[in-house]
Design a protein around this ligand. Structure first.
Ligand code: C2E
Ligand code: MG
Ligand code: MG
Ligand code: MG
Length: 281
């Protein structure tokens, strides 16, 4: 019998494994109208300063509330948007929506930094700095500040180009953060030259920080590297009190994770903020 081999050959042609499956193709073509029809939503996840427990700001994370498929997480459509180039419109929408929300917080007396994720393609978008500048003037000079999170792999794939784009944004007062740090391949020589303010340690090193001694070593090492480079640090994926305590002892500046809060719609974020000092810390 050679059943095993048969099964394997069959599996290769399962349509859902094809990256151009019908469902993916239809999602790709629907994304532009999703934007126009308001099916995309931003959720907000708080970031804490570890020194004093204050909420320093929020990261906005996109969701697609699809009329047929329901809740679609970003990992399932951001890569598609990157392939089709639709990401440029998604990023423009997210920046505007996030800064509009930030202005609402500001009008309610809350000064919160807003972090927006941008894709590798946005870094080569020559219009991005102008778009950000326009939004700054539209939304009152952006009180609370704007952070752009760009992944390590995006920055390292073309370091010279990334440096030029980041320099421009930095000169406008944008805070720059290298997202998912530790999972890509950074050249230390390039990292030293990157005009960024912050390293964001990937949740892969943080989720089991309370119990996994290898993760503890990695996190200490990444924090040490950041310190020597004069960079601030954020840890994502904090799910329990002992991980939070570890990060604080280790000198990490900020933390973000389900232990504090999941990403929330703006109204729920407001409720969370009102209850925050009592509910955690
Ligand atoms: P990211 O920027 O690294 O965001 C962190 C992800 O970790 C988010 O997943 C967040 O919900 C999740 N997370 C936060 N705290 C915890 C925790 O304690 N435990 C666990 N298990 N997970 C936690 P999400 O929202 O599904 O986003 C996934 C990725 O999609 C983001 O990773 C980012 O790369 C991308 N993304 C999200 N929104 C946007 C956007 O507006 N534009 C672009 N270009 N990419 C986006
Ligand atoms: Mg991020
Ligand atoms: Mg991240
Ligand atoms: Mg990540």
């Amino acid at each position: 019998y050679s059943c095993k081999g048969h099964h394997r050959a069959f599996a290769i042609y399962r349509p859902e494994l094809n990256k151009y499956s019908l469902q993916r193709l239809s999602l790709m073509s629907e994304l532009r109208s999703a934007l126009a029809e308001g099916q995309l939503k931003l959720y907000y996840q708080p970031k804490l300063m570890l020194a004093d427990g204050q909420v320093s700001g929020a990261e906005c994370l996109i969701r697609w509330i699809h009329p047929v498929h329901g809740f679609i997480p970003p990992d399932q459509f951001i890569p598609l948007a990157e392939q089709t180039g639709a990401i440029r419109d998604v990023t423009r929408w997210a920046l505007k929506e996030a800064m509009h929300q930030q202005q609402k917080w500001s009008q309610a007396g809350l000064s919160l930094n807003m972090a927006v994720n941008i894709s590798p393609l946005d870094l080569v978008d020559m219009q991005l700095p102008d778009i950000v500048a326009d939004l700054f003037s539209q939304y009152n000079g952006n009180q609370g500040g704007l952070t752009l999170e760009v992944t390590e792999s995006a920055v390292m794939s073309d370091p010279d180009m990334a440096i030029r784009a980041l320099e421009k944004l930095k000169s406008m007062g944008v805070i720059l953060s290298i997202d998912d740090f530790g999972t890509g391949y950074s050249s230390m020589a390039q990292l030293k030259k990157m005009p960024v303010h912050e390293l964001k340690i990937d949740k892969a090193f943080v989720l089991d920080l309370a119990t996994n001694s290898e993760d503890q070593i990695m996190v200490n090492t990444l924090l040490g590297l950041a310190r020597h480079l004069g960079l601030k640090t954020v840890a994502e994926g904090v799910e329990d009190a002992s991980s939070l305590a570890f990060l604080k002892r280790a000198g990490c500046h900020k933390a973000q994770g389900f232990y504090m809060s999941k990403p929330l719609p703006a109204a729920d974020f407001d409720m969370w903020l009102k209850n925050y000092p009592e509910s955690s810390s």
